[in-house]
Design a protein around this ligand. Structure first.
Ligand SMILES: N[C@@H](CCC(=O)N[C@@H](CS)C(=O)NCC(=O)O)C(=O)O
Length: 325
């Protein structure tokens, strides 16, 4: 694990010294948008028109942020239009790598060894963390975006004229409500599990733990009354929550010490995870080998033996009761 400073790789863990033991996630820096005709999006520059075969996604199957983009690629029928490379689940002294021994695919575009080479291919003097997902433009040979929440919005609309898939996971009339729930879920749950797991003081850990389980109780109460987070239709906010929930019992419960309860013990959340998992195309994006191997093998300061647990035994393809709501 490390970062680039002026284009040079440094092997360095997150620094929590100046934040009282709290983990603080760095904001993504590369924020252009693919749009239907190449006009500029809400940030960044113009020139990224939606075209079949032009864009490439770099993902980890372990990473909940990258997972969002793979789900949207599947839901929006973009598999034939956007190609993918999968990094190795092992993220050690070189950060994410294209090593194939643990079932990564290798780098389909440049055959590089390391993900940080993708960042320096884009900008030779880049400084910052080397994160996935990354959306790459094969035409201009540059990174479009390394922010998953924005990549999923591009996938939601920019390619509709090519796919004919008009399904909208961020509909205009629900945007304010979706944005509000996203904020709550991001701070307390998506990033909340990381804040608990990467905390280096008891106080920082307990603060994150309490916020996380209060938020899960709130989600459980919402899902007791309605089928999805904003009501009767699945929106991006459900998918953003799902990628954390599906990793919870296998990883966050034990590895990140989020161990008040397993999600299997929340009746509504447990059924909701199953419903989302069983949506067409989604189960194929979930890979528990990569998920468990990444966290337990890569975070050697949390799990120095690198032994990967065998369980838990949870069947996400079993029947759910959500259609009665
Ligand atoms: N804001 C980014 C966050 C992505 C992110 O933090 N990805 C993690 C993997 S789960 C990563 O690549 N971490 C490497 C690092 O921080 O050095 C997004 O949502 O796209």
């Amino acid at each position: 694990m490390g970062l680039l400073v002026e284009g040079k790789w440094h092997d360095k863990w997150y620094d929590t010294k100046n934040s009282k033991g709290k983990f603080e996630r760095e904001a993504a820096q590369l924020r252009n948008w693919v749009t239907k005709d190449g006009e500029a999006g809400p940030s960044g520059t113009s020139g990224f028109a939606a075209e079949s075969g032009r864009y490439h996604l770099y993902v980890s199957l372990a990473c909940p942020w990258a997972h969002r983009t793979l789900i949207f690629r599947a839901l929006k029928g973009l598999e034939q239009h956007i190609s993918v490379s999968v990094v190795s689940p092992d993220m050690l002294e070189h950060g994410w790598t294209f090593d194939k021994t643990e079932h990564g695919t290798g780098d389909a575009l440049f055959d590089f060894d390391y993900m940080h080479q993708i960042y320096t291919r884009n900008n030779a003097s880049y400084s910052g963390r080397v994160t996935v997902p990354v959306l790459w433009d094969k035409k201009q040979n540059c990174i479009v975006s390394n922010e998953s929440s924005e990549i999923i919005r591009m996938f939601n609309t920019a390619f509709n004229h090519l796919t004919g898939n008009e399904h909208d996971y961020y509909p205009e009339h629900l945007r304010a409500e979706i944005d509000e729930i996203n904020e709550f879920v991001y701070h307390n749950i998506n990033n909340g599990v990381y804040k608990a797991g990467f905390a280096t003081t008891q106080d920082a850990y307990e603060g994150a733990y309490n916020a996380l389980f209060n938020a899960l109780d709130k989600v459980e109460a919402i899902l007791a009354k309605q089928r999805y987070l904003v009501g009767t239709q699945i929106t991006e906010t459900d998918w953003r929550l799902f990628t954390t929930l599906i990793r919870f019992d296998a990883v966050y419960f034990s590895h990140f010490k989020c161990n008040q309860r397993m999600l299997e013990s929340y009746p509504n959340i447990a059924n909701y995870i199953r419903e989302l998992y069983q949506v067409k195309g989604v189960a194929e994006t979930v890979d528990f080998y990569h998920i468990k191997r990444h966290y337990y093998f890569s975070h050697t300061m949390i799990n120095p033996t690198q032994v990967v647990p065998v369980g838990p035994k949870v069947d996400y393809s079993s029947a759910h009761n959500r259609s009665s709501l």
